[in-house]
Write a protein that binds this ligand. Structure first.
Ligand code: ZN
Length: 197
């Protein structure tokens, strides 16, 4: 299959996931301006990690995870954070890509859909951003922390909403985690900033 065919398959799987889960379609409508944009692949450790160790899925999330595993060598994987901010071990076990959005594999200006992978034993430091985001877990699990709400362990099909500029953090333990994140509001293309202590 061509890369574009793999991207179309992954987008269809994500669209079905978005339609099947109430918090997802309540958070943002499915965008109607999606346009495929060829992008040069960028390989990171996560390129292979999501293929060999995605963590536990559910019947609903399995097709999405499998679509991303097939797509992984064609993805423009990104890191955003520096070694000074998060350490080398974190960067060797982490990666994310923008499936759809202002700078995504599919261009849309209505929302942003990103996918993030964290290996086991990582401490994702407290950070924040202007756009609101809805985390949905595809596989694995992690402890989610956000200012003003109790800590929660999330697994496949669970969701977590972060409000505009609400500091949040995440820790993985024995399991990795693969997340699909929907974004809305101002600042869709802005990078997150680590929060003050
Ligand atoms: Zn965030």
């Amino acid at each position: 299959m061509t890369p574009q065919g793999l991207f179309d398959d992954a987008l269809s799987a994500v669209k079905a996931w978005h339609a099947a889960l109430q918090p997802e379609h309540a958070f943002c409508p499915w965008p109607d301006d999606l346009r495929y944009e060829p992008r040069a692949p960028r390989s990171l450790p996560a390129t292979e990690l999501i293929r060999v160790a995605p963590g536990r899925t559910t019947p609903l999330s399995t097709p999405v995870v499998e679509a991303f595993q097939a797509l992984s060598p064609h993805l423009e994987w990104r890191l955003t954070y520096t070694q000074d901010e998060v350490g080398r071990h974190f960067l060797n076990n982490y990666g994310w890509f923008e499936l759809a959005g202002p700078e995504g594999h599919f261009i849309t200006h209505q929302t942003r859909i990103t996918v993030g992978y964290w290996g086991p034993g990582l401490d994702y430091p407290r950070h924040q951003h202007r756009a609101e985001e809805l985390y949905t877990v595809l596989s694995g699990s992690a402890l989610f922390k956000a200012d003003g709400v109790p800590d929660r362990i999330l697994k496949a099909e669970d969701t977590c909403l972060h409000l505009s500029d609400q500091p949040h953090a995440m820790m993985t333990h024995d399991s990795p985690i693969l997340t699909l994140v929907f974004w809305r509001g101002e600042g869709l293309a802005d990078a997150p900033a680590l929060s003050a202590a």
